[in-house]
Design a binder for this molecule. Structure first.
Ligand code: ASP
Length: 352
């Protein structure tokens, strides 16, 4: 006799708890996993959530836009020609890794030792195969290395010394570590180290220091849906300015800074990596769509404002219908998107 009212009450609670998203247990996985020609393609890229000055010179704004345009166009032309989402995300991210404006590949931010340690990951939403590299110091395009790891090894994540050795064995293009370092990043490191020293003097202990004060900006990422209905995601970064050597952020952690699943969506994150790892943000976004039947937009709102703290960062994502989000709580995240309907968007600053 008590059974029916109890079930109703629990269902109501779950509905309320998920902020209006519908709950279902009727999600057909096999249909979603298999490829189907949809005629729909979509792509979105980001150049990192952070704090770019709104009063930056117009020429700088134009250059940002041109950089994003170059990356978007490369990925878009692959998709329009019937190429795979994996090829599109890898190619688009490579363009941004080679562009010193962004914190990935050339132009990556520096550790407090003045070195670059690069992280990247890639995921195939059709097979759930993924690959990642953490803390690499000589790999010119970490995203391509991540893809080779995915395709050519039985493992997912390689780090440090073993990763360098594997890159050499695979004949991955490698460069002198000095290649990645730019004057702008040296200046940022000096400024950051002065701030850390000043904070120490006023007795701000390492434990009480905010995790937001590491200039998180410039990580890159791309998500794409191809004509076969397959989703892929990729993220690449130098991490956070003045990070401790050996620190690994969310970008190479599948389910934190990157995730793709044909059943739900693909996502690439940017921001304070520790927070994205702690809350498994990329997978959480997928779970909200999969289990709570949230719309992509609502799921993004929930992870950014109810899981993360204000200013933690942002994300880009595409769901299996081709809906796109590019959202951040930092106020700024250079990003661009395009899709089969002819929509083309660019953004730098976002109203919160
Ligand atoms: N998420 C990156 C990291 O923590 C940094 C960023 O996106 O700006 O390594």
């Amino acid at each position: 006799m008590m059974y029916i009212p109890t079930v109703c009450f629990v269902s109501l609670l779950v509905l309320l708890a998920c902020g209006g998203c519908k709950v279902t247990d009727n999600w057909s996985s096999s249909a979603a996993i298999s490829s189907k020609q949809t005629g729909h393609w979509a792509i979105v890229i980001h150049g990192g959530a952070g704090m770019l000055d709104k009063n930056m010179p117009e020429s700088d704004k134009r250059e940002y836009r041109e950089s994003l345009e170059r990356s978007l166009t490369v990925g878009e032309s692959i998709l329009k020609a019937g190429g795979t989402s994996l090829d599109a995300v890898e190619a688009a991210v490579r363009v941004l890794e080679d562009d010193p404006r962004f914190n990935a590949g050339k132009g990556a931010v520096l550790t407090r030792d003045g070195t670059c340690e690069l992280d990247a990951s890639i995921m195939d939403g059709r097979t759930l195969k993924c690959g990642a590299a953490a803390g690499v110091k000589t790999v010119k395009n970490p995203i391509s290395f991540a893809r080779r790891i995915m395709q050519e090894t039985p493992h997912i994540l390689f780090a440090g010394e073993g990763a360098e050795r594997l890159a050499a064995q695979m004949n991955i293009e490698r460069v002198d570590p000095a290649y990645f370092i730019t004057a702008k990043r040296r200046e940022q490191l000096e400024r950051k180290m002065q701030e850390i020293e000043a904070a120490k003097k006023i007795a701000a202990s390492a434990a009480s220091r905010s995790t937001h004060d590491y200039y998180p900006t410039g990580t890159v990422g791309c998500v794409a849906l191809d004509l076969a209905g397959n989703i892929a995601a990729a993220t690449s970064t130098g991490g956070m300015t003045a990070k401790m050597p050996g620190r690994v952020g969310d970008s190479p952690i599948i389910g934190a800074g990157c995730y793709a699943n044909n059943l739900t969506l693909g996502v690439s994150c940017t921001g304070t990596g520790e927070q994205f790892i702690r809350h498994a943000i990329a997978h959480e976004l997928s779970s909200l769509v999969r289990y709570q039947r949230c719309s992509l937009k609502e799921a993004a709102r929930i992870v950014l404002t109810e899981r993360l703290d204000p200013d933690d960062g942002g994300l880009i994502a595409i769901d299996r219908e081709g809906n796109i989000v590019m959202s951040t709580t930092t106020g700024c995240m250079p990003a661009a998107s395009a899709d089969w309907r002819g929509n083309r968007k660019f953004q730098m600053w976002v109203d919160q």
